[in-house]
Design a protein around this ligand. Structure first.
Ligand code: MSP
Length: 647
């Protein structure tokens, strides 16, 4: 049986303000999960949402909806975001799921029955208008941190977990397993700040909120959100519930990944709770750094430039993933700037990787009509490139296994640069002028195709949307796309046929792009500013609104009529991202056969809708012909690649 690998992100607070910093943890875990799957592990990747607590209750109230209605809506948008970002999670847990609630209740009762939880009194500061308890350290200048009004000392009945009993056991755990908490600096922080002074018992129930998991044996109390939330890592596998039967198979977790501010909960409270439940402990807790914006912790209030959906629409998902995985030294804080993102895209993805592929494929087509001859002639310049390619897989594995994903990418791109240099050294364009050099030229181009294949295999966990397109272009079949195949140079079929495709990563004009981004983040014009009316045009919108719409070039690959409708056509499109279908009301003016092969403009981020029971994943642009209601599709130039952004 394959070894298992259980990896988790923290469960996210349901906020419609998820920013690019939030997606950092998820993208890192996704790359790890994909890598382990490629290496043959039986992977289980868990993510989800942390939906209880006073804050959610309060926001829902502000929005005039129930907490459940509020979280249901947000969870949909979070799932949509992970879909956009190609996140390959295996299960999505919501703390409002019935099975989770049931398990948490049983866990709480179990701890109580074992004497690990006892009833006591919680002394703190009470804010009457907010009906909230606060500890001394939570107060802001002595007042309620939410409404800034004065608080009064108060006592509330509450349950406590005997965390103080676990100080030494956690210290022993760290000592016996230095790998348990990484990077090392986080362990020092936990020891110095919390363990050395000694742990205090932890208040694990509240009576100030009803939006939580009720304590079964004491109505009026709900379970403290962190106990509720941390339990997700085992309830999602089926611990103390019948919904799933994966606990034996996957627990203990191999890796709990998160940013540094929630390490204390995972590296102290969570192992103590597990010890109390007599369950095995996770193998590793990793606290990565923060993605900063302008030197500060990120927040969506910084504007559209940190909105992951907008960034993915503008640059493509893999470009954003690449930036996150490559730019920040893992474990440390790193700055997000639009300049850095665009520089990475242009330098690494468009220039180094994109050019290597497009130059090589173009040369195989130009000199050999797309398929290399079998006769080859080895040259002195080949040795270094082939040696580097053959050694790369082991180096990359070492880096990824040590969670040094940026270093793994650095190594792969060092090799890509070396392959570009090989083109300059071997000068295929000179070889191409001399018939007698045909077998040498074939060798050079084969070595390049093979280098691209090896790099693409190793890049697959990081750039899951791009690598299949690379394999298509170089004619690499399924059998030479798997992880093992990257360890051997020369596996690409000698008669593989290349197929030129769309540009992987179009170059971005830095100046123009930055100007557009700046316009997008400009504060909205003051209400008093008169709006200019343009004849025949609807209300003016600012560029930030326009930027929310993703327009792209797509090609019609198939088209047929929607049954029982004389208006609708079902159109299959190549959008450069794996294809999709849209339904369009143009059947009166176009026959399906007139459309196949044409390129048009697709509104790519429209919410899917069903028309006559057929799902439409977007909309195509058409223009009115006079007042008659007749419309004409706006066709795009045939030279434009599928997936090209329209702006
Ligand atoms: N709900 C808790 C976790 C409970 S787990 C049992 C929580 N949620 S969160 O939505 O605030 O954060 C989710 C993840 O995003 C965490 O790993 C958090 O540390 C991470 N990040 C939030 N802002 C971040 C950056 N600016 N940069 C990197 N990671 C960031 O905490």
């Amino acid at each position: 049986m394959n070894p298992k690998y259980y990896i988790t992100t923290p469960i996210y607070f349901p906020s419609d303000k998820l920013h690019i910093g939030h997606s950092y943890t998820t993208v890192v875990c996704d790359a790890m999960a994909r890598y382990k799957r490629m290496r043959g592990f039986d992977v289980f990747y868990l993510t989800g949402t942390d939906e209880h607590g006073l804050k959610i209750e309060a926001i829902a109230k502000q929005n005039g909806v129930s907490p459940k209605e509020y979280v249901d809506k947000i969870v949909e948008s979070i799932k949509e975001l992970w879909k956009t970002m190609d996140i390959s999670y295996d299960r999505y847990i919501r703390t409002t799921d019935d099975y989770h609630v049931e398990s948490v209740q049983k866990i709480f009762k179990k701890l109580y029955d074992k004497g690990e939880i006892y009833k006591g009194a919680y002394e703190g500061h009470y804010c009457k208008p907010c009906e909230s308890f606060w500890t001394q350290s939570q107060l802001k200048e002595g007042n309620c941190p939410d409404c800034a009004r004065p608080v009064e000392k108060a006592k509330e009945e509450a349950y406590f977990f005997r965390l103080s009993n676990y100080t030494q056991r956690i210290l022993d755990l760290y000592k016996a397993n230095p790998e348990f908490l990484q990077p090392q600096s986080r362990m020092n922080e936990m020891i110095n700040n919390f363990l050395a002074p000694g742990l205090e018992d932890l208040c694990v129930s509240r009576t100030s909120s009803t939006w939580g998991v009720p304590v079964t044996f004491d109505p009026g109390h709900v379970v403290y959100v962190w106990v509720d939330a941390l339990s997700n890592y085992i309830t999602a596998l089926g611990y103390e519930n019948d919904a799933f039967g994966d606990f034996e198979r996957y627990w203990p977790a191999d890796l709990h990944m998160m940013a540094k501010e929630i390490i204390r909960f995972h590296a102290i409270i969570w192992p103590a709770l597990l010890m109390a439940l007599e369950l095995p402990l996770p193998k590793q807790v990793y606290g990565h750094g923060w993605l900063l914006f302008g030197g500060d912790k990120m927040s969506k209030s910084k504007g559209n430039v940190v909105d992951p959906v907008i960034l993915c629409n503008r640059y493509g998902v893999d470009a954003v993933r690449y930036f996150l995985l490559r730019e920040v030294p893992f474990g440390q804080d790193g700055n997000f700037t639009n300049e850095a993102l665009i520089t990475r895209i242009n330098a690494d993805l468009a220039n180094d990787l994109g050019n290597l592929l497009s130059r090589t494929v173009a040369m195989v087509e130009k000199y050999f009509g797309g398929t290399l001859p079998v006769q080859r002639q080895v040259g002195d310049e080949d040795k270094e490139l082939i040696e580097m390619a053959s050694a790369l897989q082991k180096i990359v594995e070492g880096q990824i296994d040590a969670l040094q994903l940026p270093s793994a990418l650095t190594e792969i791109f060092r090799f890509i640069s070396r392959a570009n240099k090989y083109i300059d050294q071997t000068q295929p364009w000179i070889l191409g002028k001399d018939e007698a050099q045909a077998s040498r030229l074939a060798s050079v181009l084969y070595n390049l195709l093979e280098s691209i294949r090896v790099a693409a295999v190793l890049l697959s966990p990081f750039l899951p949307g791009t690598c299949p397109k690379i394999f298509e272009q170089i004619g690499a079949g399924e059998e030479v796309r798997n992880w093992e195949s990257a360890g051997q140079f020369g596996l690409l079929s000698p008669t593989a046929t290349v197929c030129k495709g769309d540009t992987l990563f179009p170059r971005i004009d830095m100046k123009e792009e930055l100007a557009q981004l700046e316009a997008m983040s400009a504060p909205p014009a003051p209400a008093a500013t008169p709006t200019t009316k343009v004849e025949g045009v609807a209300e003016l919108v600012d560029i930030a609104d326009f930027a929310k719409i993703s327009l792209m070039v797509a090609k019609i690959t198939h088209c047929d009529r929607v049954p029982k409708s004389d208006k609708l056509l079902r159109i299959e499109l190549d959008d450069g991202q794996g294809g999709r279908q849209v339904v369009s009301g143009i059947a009166q003016w176009y026959a399906p056969e007139d459309l196949i092969g044409k390129k048009l403009i697709l509104v790519a981020n429209l919410k899917p809708a069903k028309l006559r029971g057929v799902e439409s994943q977007g909309m195509i642009l058409a223009a009115d012909v006079g007042e008659s209601g007749e419309a004409r599709v706006i066709f795009a130039d045939d030279d434009l690649p599928c997936g090209a952004k329209v702006r």
